[in-house]
Design a protein around this ligand. Structure first.
Ligand SMILES: CC(C)(COP(=O)(O)OP(=O)(O)OC[C@H]1O[C@@H](n2cnc3c(N)ncnc32)[C@H](O)[C@@H]1OP(=O)(O)O)[C@@H](O)C(=O)NCCC(=O)NCCS
Length: 163
């Protein structure tokens, strides 16, 4: 099935709200672990889509199945920070790699990005394996850099030069 990136629509709300409120996803994305009301989820989507230094897309594969985002787009330096999240049902099917390919192409062609950066918990082996496969390299690991509400976690900083 074809993977595309597109702007969020009203009908994506339940999928995005479920991801935003998934405790494991909250840990992995290093966002505050708590329940987000529908109004707070809508405010998050508005913030992300309205960010002049960012971009936010729904990953579509016969329906919404996750999102990718760029933040801190710096047009002078040609850098941006990326994030990705998929619903559980489509993990392990190559969707993440396809979505990342589309995101990289957009960042390079439309936003003139030369380098993409990201942060990932050192315990998120699956995401680190994905990024490694896509030729991101580890810049450094900051020890006990993020408090997830229960534990201080090591955070891996990675980057990829877009060619
Ligand atoms: C991170 C995420 C986008 C990856 O997508 P995915 O579809 O699960 O990725 P893949 O299945 O293609 O996995 C990537 C690689 O990790 C490997 N992998 C899977 N589980 C693993 C594990 N527990 N430990 C190590 N490697 C693992 C896979 O085998 C695969 O490698 P391969 O293609 O060579 O076999 C997805 O898991 C997700 O949305 N997770 C929740 C949010 C998240 O963590 N986002 C990233 C935050 S920085």
């Amino acid at each position: 099935m074809n993977v595309t990136l597109r702007a969020p629509e009203k009908t994506d709300f339940s999928v995005l709200a479920a991801l935003r409120n998934d405790a494991a996803v909250q840990r992995q994305l290093m966002i505050e672990p708590r329940q987000y009301s529908p109004a707070q989820v809508r405010a998050w989507i508005r913030r992300r889509t309205g960010d002049a230094k960012g971009a936010f897309w729904v990953i579509d594969r016969g329906g919404p199945c996750g999102f990718v985002q760029l933040t801190q787009v710096d047009r002078e330096r040609g850098t941006a920070d990326l994030g990705i999240c998929l619903v559980r049902a489509v993990r392990g099917k190559g969707v993440a790699a396809e979505a990342m390919g589309l995101l990289e192409a957009h960042a390079k062609k439309k936003l003139r990005c030369k380098t993409l950066t990201l942060r990932v918990l050192s315990v998120n082996h699956r995401a680190i394996a994905l990024y490694g496969k896509l030729k991101f390299r580890i810049l450094e690991t900051k020890r006990r850099h993020h408090f997830d509400g229960a534990h201080w976690r090591d955070v891996v900083f990675m980057e990829k030069a877009l060619r």
